[in-house]
Ligand binder design. Structure first.
Ligand code: ADP
Ligand code: ASP
Ligand code: MG
Length: 411
């Protein structure tokens, strides 16, 4: 039986912790499992490598940036392999490329196209613990090394669990599961025992970074059971996807927030067919993911279009839109970086009217102004000032009685 375990940055932050991980891996191996371990870079290594890249280059070339960032995971994989040897077991570490993680060529956010895990299964058959560097792969076309985007080790873990038909994909992190809100912001947030893939997908897409959104997408598409738990304890954590059909659905799963988005306002564009298509096709062609879009009511034949996007893509989007100004007839473009998004997520919302009203009321009582709104069947999101994000999360969490010491009100 194969078990996949992924250890995030804080779980391998120093050599002492790596030794503890090695002990934990040895226990799983001794319990009779074939163990495949995915590691992240130690602590904040990826952040400091990124900083160094920007110290020597204003726009680091994608190929070289990926070459640099993937070095972080190579350090932790080799150290963990050594620590496992010290436990009297044998271990083989593999880079993403050696592990057969085949991706497209989009540096910085490559997608996995295929997994050819021949060397992994061979090493498992030989009785070794297998360690794989997370967050990286190799491009099928260019043969260059790629990265899967921040938090990408989660995706490596789920993709390998699917390819190897593992029993479970365990995600070890610094919290003991998925909570009703970020426990750093809401101290009385409650740990959720179970979540469906859909609920976790919405939470992750709205900024709950305990799992990378692509990893949840992958888990849903390949029906992988994911167990999010703490590397510092042996408690059960949160099961994502397990026994989905028999699950009783809570009305609300939680409150997510995302301070990593910016808002672009495109002012006074002609209110005629084709304008939005031109703008958003250009952004899509540049691989910029747009989130919320709002178009104002037209006045004197022109209208404003606002949308949100990842902050990191802001400058590129501005440059692109300025290039379109004359062709489309844009008068002005503004990028507002001081915004944040707060979302309420719950599968039970579909059948409960009044959820949005209660959420807006909570925000109004907390004095938080709403700038944009978007909804899906199981989510309501608002854009607010960045300084209001934490206030908003707490107000909504409290209004829906999500705390460990509170009872969900009848809606
Ligand atoms: P790792 O380095 O192990 O991948 P991450 O930092 O990516 O860990 O994710 C874990 C962090 O996610 C937690 O420390 C926590 O602050 C944050 N987080 C945000 N929202 C939630 C939530 N709803 N439940 C649990 N953790 C959350
Ligand atoms: N080290 C990478 C990051 O910090 C990938 C990961 O940890 O999942 O984003
Ligand atoms: Mg992570």
């Amino acid at each position: 039986m194969i078990v996949v375990q992924k250890y995030g940055g804080t779980s391998v932050a120093d050599t002492e912790r790596i030794v503890r991980v090695a002990e934990r891996v040895a226990q799983a191996k001794e319990a009779g499992h074939d163990v495949v371990v995915i590691v992240s870079a130690m602590g904040k290594t990826t952040d400091s490598l990124l900083r160094q890249a920007h110290e020597v280059s204003s726009v680091p070339p994608g190929r070289e940036l990926d070459m640099l960032l993937t070095a972080g995971e190579r350090i932790s994989m080799a150290l963990l392999a050594m620590a496992i040897h010290e436990q009297g077991l044998t271990a083989r570490s593999f880079t993403g490329s050696q592990a057969g993680i085949i991706t497209d060529s989009v540096h910085g956010k490559a997608r996995i196209l295929d997994i050819t895990p021949g060397r992994i299964t061979e090493a498992l058959t030989g009785g070794h613990v297998v360690i794989v560097a997370g967050f990286q792969g190799v491009s099928r076309d260019s043969k260059d090394i790629t990265t899967l985007g921040r938090g990408g080790s989660d995706t490596t873990a789920v993709a390998l669990a699917a390819a190897l038909r593992a029993e479970v994909c365990e995600i070890y992190t610094d919290v003991d599961g998925v909570y009703t809100a970020d426990p750093r912001i809401v101290p009385n947030a409650r740990r959720l025992d179970r979540l469906s893939h859909e609920e976790m997908l919405e939470l992750a897409a709205c900024g709950t970074k305990v799992l990378m959104v692509r990893s949840v997408e992958y888990a849903r598409n390949h029906n992988v059971n994911v167990h999010v738990r703490s590397s510092f304890s042996y408690n059960d954590g949160t099961w994502v996807g397990a026994k989905e059909d028999t699950m009783e659905q809570a009305m609300i799963s939680g409150v997510a927030h995302d301070s990593g988005e910016g808002k672009v306002v495109v002012r006074r564009v002609p209110d005629k067919p084709g304008v939005a298509a031109r703008i958003f096709t250009a952004l899509a062609d540049a691989q910029i993911n747009i989130d919320m879009i709002v178009q104002n009511v037209s006045a004197d034949g022109t209208t404003d279009i606002s949308f949100t996007l990842p902050l990191a893509d802001g400058p590129r989007a501005l440059q692109l839109l300025r290039g379109l100004s004359d062709e489309v007839g844009i008068s002005d473009i503004v990028l507002d970086e001081q915004v944040g998004k707060v979302s309420l997520i719950g599968a039970g919302m579909k059948t409960h009217p009044g959820v949005a009203a209660a959420m807006f009321e909570a925000l109004s009582e907390a004095g938080v102004n709403i700038e944009m709104i978007s909804t899906s069947t199981i989510r309501i999101s608002v854009v607010v000032r960045q300084q209001d994000v934490e206030i908003a999360v707490r107000a909504i969490h409290e209004r829906f009685g999500l705390g460990a010491d509170e009872k969900e009100p009848e809606a």
